[in-house]
Design a protein around this ligand. Structure first.
Ligand code: SF4
Length: 277
């Protein structure tokens, strides 16, 4: 069984940008790198602070409540909806900076709780199912592959070694597309799980909580990481390392720009390397 760490400490946070970034990689950093290297540069090298978005706060609070629910089962405590409601209410109030809700905070808060209620009603995880791990920070030394240390946090590993990743989304995902879009994250979790336990995971599951006015729960299961998926992940990491060495921070304009918090900085970037635009 993986050791339980309850504070959810994130080992990725560190102040020395480029050298530190070359030493470690995480799923979120790798995904950002693959989406847009200039965005990566603004977020992880320059560490430009931006206010939390409404969608990010929504997802964080839902995640917080699910974490408490998982820990409750871990401690073999009874399911008490009122306690979870209290965690939700407190978490919702703890907003970092000023969030632009566009007048919809009350509605979004209501939907967030309805989404959670839907999850607790329809989840395939039984109240007496003991998790194998909850919110565990894990590292995998990939030096033998010429790669940096992989770091990350396993949200939940179900009994028998099924890795779960919780997502909130605005619409019902297509299963193939969901697995494709979340492949890097799932494969990173598999590498971390194998490193921590010496075992192969039994499978991976995406639990999508759909935040529509009539919320839905969509479970997308998939098997253990294949050798081909691991090779693909390691090639992406090689690209990450080589790109950092070259300081290859170029923009990738596309659909991802719609939700990018660095639009203003991007528009005033004129090709500089390693320096603020
Ligand atoms: S606006 Fe688009 S191209 Fe510019 S940094 Fe953001 S994601 Fe990259």
């Amino acid at each position: 069984m993986i050791a339980l760490i309850e504070n959810g400490a994130n080992p990725a946070v560190a102040p020395a940008p480029l050298e530190r970034l070359k030493q470690t990689v995480s799923a979120s950093r790798l995904n950002c790198w693959l989406q847009c290297r200039l965005k990566f540069y603004f977020r992880y090298v320059l560490k430009l602070a931006k206010p939390k978005t409404a969608a990010l706060h929504f997802g964080s609070v839902v995640h917080l409540v699910l974490q408490h629910w998982n820990l409750t089962r871990w401690r073999r405590q009874p399911f008490e909806i009122e306690k979870l409601k209290s965690v939700f209410a407190t978490g919702w109030l703890e907003q970092e900076g000023v969030i632009d809700w566009e007048g919809e905070e009350a509605e979004q808060k209501n939907i967030a709780w309805l989404v959670l209620e839907k999850y607790f009603t329809e989840t395939p995880i039984k109240a007496n199912e003991m998790p194998e791990a909850v919110e565990v920070p894990v590292e995998a030394d990939l030096a033998a592959h010429g790669l940096p240390m992989l770091i990350g946090i396993l949200d939940l590993v179900r009994a028998g070694g099924r890795i779960v990743d919780f997502k909130t989304a605005g619409k019902t995902p297509d299963p193939e597309m969901a697995l494709h879009q979340n492949g890097v994250q799932l494969d990173c979790y598999s590498v971390l799980y194998r490193e921590a336990t010496g075992k192969r995971e039994a499978g991976r599951e995406l639990h999508h909580l759909i935040k529509t006015k009539s919320p839905k729960l969509v479970i997308t299961p998939t098997g253990p990481m294949t050798d081909g998926q691991q090779s693909r992940l390691f090639r992406l990491m090689e690209n990450y390392v080589a790109g950092l060495e070259r300081e290859d921070f170029v923009p990738a304009p596309g659909f991802g720009c719609l939700g990018c918090e660095f639009m203003a900085e991007c528009r005033s970037w004129h090709g500089g390397r390693s320096h603020a635009p």
